[in-house]
Design a protein around this ligand. Structure first.
Ligand code: TXA
Ligand code: MG
Length: 337
């Protein structure tokens, strides 16, 4: 079993930083989802992430960095300069607006740095997470000489991302204490992975929707943010089928869902909907909140919980229109693929 320690214990954070220095793996709480972290500049440590996740090694990982003590444009530029070859003004504007926070920026990578974490791309994905425990770990690792932490979501490849420390432990239950230390920083506030913007190809391109919406990005960029196209680099979070529980997820509108439910046999289906459906013996139901942020916060935990009940199908009411729901809609569409 992985070793589970409280992220608010400074000794646990120090121990985790030492493990990272030694090339080991740490389950790191962030405000989006838990990450499976390792030294981003160590080829063997990064290989450990790919092996533990069962993820193909040509899928690039996000590199997490600590926040500067006094954030300013110059301080952010200095913070990323060991990894980034050139830094467009729009990147600095986005960092100042949204970092630390749930935004990943794809930037031109310096030759020979973090090549394995970048999965062979000539760019690097960078994020400065807002969770205080992530910042404490990143700072402690920096003190140990670790520049940044490569961290994909701490789940087995293709599975639902973890939003609690218990999820991480259950994903990697077959690993030994010595192989994975998980820091428990509570339930992730945002609950879905960061918004990803590619700034390595001239114009900003949205690679993955998240809590930060295209409108918010465009207001800061002062230019349109394009939707991703076929040329976008391969990104596992953008594979058609991802975030999949064992049960089949079906997205349905409120009317279809209510009608179909009337004839469903007990124990076969679980429901996650905003519409009030009549309670029915043998059908587990969860009420979906009305705000996109509240749904994002609980979405992956709800999918895990309903999946664990052993049903064949999870019927989910399709999210409403509007860009605030883009992140949730994207994750649900992939879970249903
Ligand atoms: O919120 C998050 O971003 C979480 C937490 C742990 O920070 N991390 C996360 O990592 O979601 P992961 O590996 O599950 O998803 C990272 C996404 C992938 O789709 C990956 O392909 C993309 O970022 N990515 C990373 N570096 C890239 C690059 N250089 N070019 C294109 N895509 C990149
Ligand atoms: Mg992931």
């Amino acid at each position: 079993m992985p070793l589970l320690l409280s992220a608010s214990d400074p000794q646990a954070v120090a121990l985790a930083a030492q493990r990272l220095r030694a090339g080991g793996l740490v389950g790191m709480p962030t405000e989006t989802v838990y990450g499976l972290a390792a030294d981003a500049l160590s080829a063997s440590a990064v290989a450990g992430i790919f092996a533990a996740k069962g993820r193909p090694s040509d899928h690039p990982l996000i590199v997490h960095i600590p926040a500067p003590a006094a954030p300013s444009a110059q301080a952010w530029a200095d913070a990323v300069s060991p990894l980034v070859r050139d830094l467009p003004d729009v990147a600095l504007a986005l960092m100042q607006a949204f970092w630390p926070g749930p935004l990943t920026l794809i930037l031109p990578r310096r030759d020979g740095v973090a090549a394995e974490a970048a999965g062979g791309q000539d760019s690097v994905g960078l994020r400065c997470p807002a969770h205080p425990a992530a910042q404490a770990l990143l700072q402690a690792a920096r003190t140990e000489g670790v520049l940044g932490l490569a961290a994909p979501s701490a789940n087995r490849f293709g599975r639902v991302s973890p939003t609690t420390a218990t999820h991480v432990v259950s994903e990697f239950a077959d690993l030994g204490d010595g192989e994975l230390l998980v820091l428990d920083g509570g339930a992730c506030a945002v609950g879905i992975e960061s918004t990803i913007v590619d700034l390595s190809r001239g114009v900003p391109v949205l690679l993955r929707p998240g809590q930060i919406t295209p409108e918010q990005l465009e207001a800061v960029c002062g230019q349109p943010v394009r939707a991703r196209d076929a040329q976008a680099p391969r990104a596992s979070g953008t594979l058609e089928s991802h975030y999949a529980p064992s049960a089949q997820v079906r997205l349905m509108d409120a009317t279809d869902l209510t009608q179909a439910l009337a004839t469903v046999p007990a124990g076969k289906v679980a429901v996650y909907a905003r519409v009030a459906v009549p309670s029915q013996p043998g059908v587990q139901q969860r009420t979906m909140p009305n705000s996109a942020d509240a749904v994002a916060h609980e979405l992956f935990a709800v999918l895990r919980e309903l999946d664990a009940s052993g049903v064949a199908e999870i019927w989910v009411e399709a999210p409403p229109a509007g860009s605030a729901w883009d992140g949730v809609r994207d994750r649900l569409t992939r879970a249903a693929a």
